[in-house]
Ligand binder design. Sequence first.
Ligand code: NDP
Ligand code: 2IT
Length: 450
Amino acid sequence: MGIVDNILDQIKNNKCETDNVFYQALEEVLDSLKPVLASDTRYARHAILERLIVPDRIVKFKVVWMDDNQNIQVNTGYRVQFNNALGPYKGGLRFHPSVNEGILKFLGFEQIFKNSLTGLPIGGGKGGSDFNPKGKSDFEIMKFCSAFMTELHKYIGPRIDVPAGDIGVGAREIGYLFGEYKKITSSYEGVLTGKPFMFGGSLMRPEATGYGVVFFTDEMLKYAGKKLEDKICCVSGSGNVAIHTIEKLYHMKAKPVTCSDSKGAIYDARGIDLDYLKELKLVQRGSLEEYAKTHSDAIYTKVEDYPTNGHEVWQIPCDYAFPCATQNELTLVDAQHLVENGVVAVTEGANMPSTPEAIEYLQKNNILFAPAKAANAGGVAVSEFEMSQNASMSKWTFEKVEERLELTMRAIFKRVHLTASDYGYDGNYIHGANIAGFKKVADAMITEGI
Ligand code: NDP
Ligand code: 2IT
């Protein structure tokens, strides 16, 4: 039995149920690394895998806050500081009732390799809470964020750990978190990214993940002699990543025809009405059901219990598919529908949105597949640009940020493509991303000693 199988076996025997997604992420990365470990014995000698799969630390804390009815509420907060070989821990905060340690370990683990792929000096981390922002007043969001930061501030800092947004955490939440950090520490510093522009946020951070997803796809398609122009695209989700993926697809003259939320999916054959979608989801924080009421040609399908159900988006014939909502939302059945309907490429905007069975099926059918840790790295890349701007007390223009984001995403594609080829995995961008991301972190760990 090889080292990888040994490690996976040990973890499998000891894992609890919430570790399922973490194990899924581990299994994929470690599988990719087999040839690297076989050809370079330094990694085994320095026990790199054994060290890499255990977070440096997990901070877990109680968050007590008062709701608008003056009831006291108790939630759990976490920060998983996974690996800082390449730079300060860096990664988002997720506020969603499903959040637990296993989900944050999976996200933190993925973040190590994603951040390494950007070529920027950032390590991997993730955090969040089981707090549900849905239906809460602005004041309640503020109270929760303040209470969360009362504990979190002890563990973060611009050279220690720099959180940002993720599901349920956008500029509003980051603003309240920053305000509380400043109050407690009396320090005005770039300790969070995704801040509103007026107090240190980078231009284009809100758009960065979605725009980056499309730049990456464009580069991948170019290599394959294909293009985005005039092509039908199916996108899932209707949050930060989905909306800005749709926006950049329009810039590239493609036609996005779907989006979804936790309650249902929209198919608008004329192309998603982006201005309306932004107003509905980002300003009013409403449900997509409203879209169908105001767009008589659009088809709305109600969904119970997303993402266990809710696969309508993947039944619409399209050239390119962009899962941008949450983990494991694109299953084997969805992959079968996509292939039957002639899909050419799938790009992951969300983190680990495709199940292993779906990926295997897509790859067997020669569908171009762009894995999340490479394709959605644009968000964290612009977060690092925000850290740079904060450190030098400067502001970059929109054009400068976009130019650097585009260069970064196209460079990530090339690195992933070349690495896949170097290891005999031509066109397998999962292996390419895992190996390229790993090698930089592992080499740094060796050089830094134990
Ligand atoms: P948002 O909170 O802005 O949007 C999430 C979207 O997914 C919403 O439309 C939400 O529906 C929908 N959704 C449906 N089901 C679920 C579910 N079970 N759990 C969570 N959301 C669900 O999040 P983001 O757009 O920021 O994040 C989407 C994905 O992209 C996540 O996987 C995240 O980790 C990843 N990502 C985010 C980055 C960022 O910069 N924000 C960077 C890189 C990756 P509803 O509107 O009903 O809530
Ligand atoms: O998954 C991700 O890359 C993010 N949520 C963004 C992290 C960041 O630090 O900007």
